[in-house]
Design a protein around this ligand. Structure first.
Ligand SMILES: [Zn+2]
Length: 398
């Protein structure tokens, strides 16, 4: 679009009013004061009381009708293949379906389900660059999927990581899903990746499917990847003493996934809490996987951890928003001026016995999603997947 044209069209200005509660996504202050949020051209420009904000020349106005506003949820661990298709369970539209579960950003832990995926070095680099490009250019349901996560193989050199980085690759797929399953090689490659600005994650625990292998605490600690991927197993978790050793011996991210061991997730959360390290806890689904795609997986993790893990519901929301955004240097995940305008409006589900949304999550219920907004644009109204919310937001000007 030409510069004059953009000027005459004016900025896209979104005003959300009558918000019942604002969850910030930030552990240090999970609840914000205010009933309105304004976003200009897809970025948050104001947060507060409607009467104090500049709402002139809004192009979209949403009446939240008293629903809760949270940052768009981030799934820290997915395995995409191509567009909105996954061959894992022969399914279509799993990403769009996850958007209906409040997920607005996803992080690839490797495009490892790609049929016939190349394991030679030039092939794996080409596939990672292709995945980065295709998901940057095509967003199912508007979801921002950070993909292009090569799985390291023996024989890679530092120049391969430099080449990947200069081509726009910012992630490694789970270490351990390829040929490299040993500490010394893993560590060397993690260091090369880090030097070139590529973030790393490692498979933790027993094999997920036939063909993958065991990664125990010694390999995890020696590789020293940025994120301890599914520390609660994917599905088979390490024994508790090994989980404790990982939590205590490093300061890396502790990722809890839906496709893992629920008891081990609660055990890890307890350790992180005791250590005063809750900012290390992030959430993923690890879907699609053997147990399927879980459109509500992140909401289910939040509800499980809040109801059984002895953390306030507003804190559990931070695990899937601000914590992940900060750890992965994303510009979303927090209700903060300048961040991307990715929001979920939700409320307690109809007939939940709780008095409000946070109490319903603390009781173990799922909230009802009423609207999903990505980059300041409404992507979905009432979710087709969650239970119906009691209070439903409405677009009153579009
Ligand atoms: Zn894994």
């Amino acid at each position: 679009m030409a510069a004059e044209e953009q000027k005459s069209a004016g900025p896209a200005k979104l005003v959300i009013r009558n918000i019942g509660l604002i969850l910030s996504g930030a552990l240090e202050r999970p609840i914000l004061d205010g009933d309105a949020v304004v976003a200009v051209d897809g970025r948050i420009s104001a947060i507060g009381r409607l009467k104090d904000l500049d709402t002139e020349s809004a192009t979209t106005v949403v009446d939240a009708k008293g629903a809760v506003l949270t940052p768009g949820l981030i799934d820290s661990h997915v395995h995409p293949v191509a567009g909105d298709w996954t061959p894992r369970q022969t399914q279509l539209n799993w990403i769009d379906s996850s958007m209906h579960g409040g997920v607005t950003t996803m992080i690839s832990a490797g495009e490892v389900h790609t049929p016939g995926r190349p394991r030679d070095i030039v092939g794996l680099k080409a596939m990672a660059i292709t995945a980065q490009r295709t998901f940057a250019a095509f967003r199912p349901g508007g979801v921002k999927l950070h993909a292009g996560a090569p799985v390291i193989e023996h024989g890679m050199e530092e120049s391969d990581f430099a080449e990947l980085a200069s081509a726009g690759v910012k992630l490694l797929g789970e270490i351990g899903l390829g040929g490299v399953k040993d500490g010394p090689t893993g560590r060397k490659m993690v260091e090369w990746a880090r030097k070139h600005g590529i973030q790393s994650t490692i498979h933790t625990g027993g094999p997920s499917i036939p063909g993958s292998g065991l990664i125990d605490k010694d390999i995890v600690l020696e590789c020293d990847a940025d994120v301890v991927g599914h520390i609660n197993g994917g599905h088979t978790a390490l024994p508790d003493d090994q989980i404790r050793c990982i939590c205590e011996s490093c300061k890396r991210g502790l990722e809890l996934v839906h496709n893992g061991n629920g008891r081990s997730a609660l055990y890890t959360l307890q350790l992180a809490k005791e250590m005063g390290d809750l900012e290390r806890v992030i959430l993923g689904t690890d879907g699609p996987a053997g147990s399927g795609a879980q459109p509500l997986g992140i909401l289910r993790m939040i509800s499980m951890l809040a109801s059984l893990g002895d953390v306030p519901a507003e804190t559990a929301f931070c695990f899937a928003t601000g914590n992940t955004a900060r750890m992965r240097a994303l510009d979303c995940g927090l209700i903060e001026i300048g961040r991307t305008a990715d929001f979920v409006l939700m409320d307690k589900a109809q007939h939940s016995p709780a008095k409000d949304m946070l109490e319903s999550v603390a009781l173990g219920d799922l909230p009802g999603v009423g609207m999903v907004i990505i980059d300041g644009s409404v992507r979905a109204g009432r979710s087709r997947n969650t239970p119906p919310a009691e209070r439903m937001p409405k677009v009153v000007l579009a």
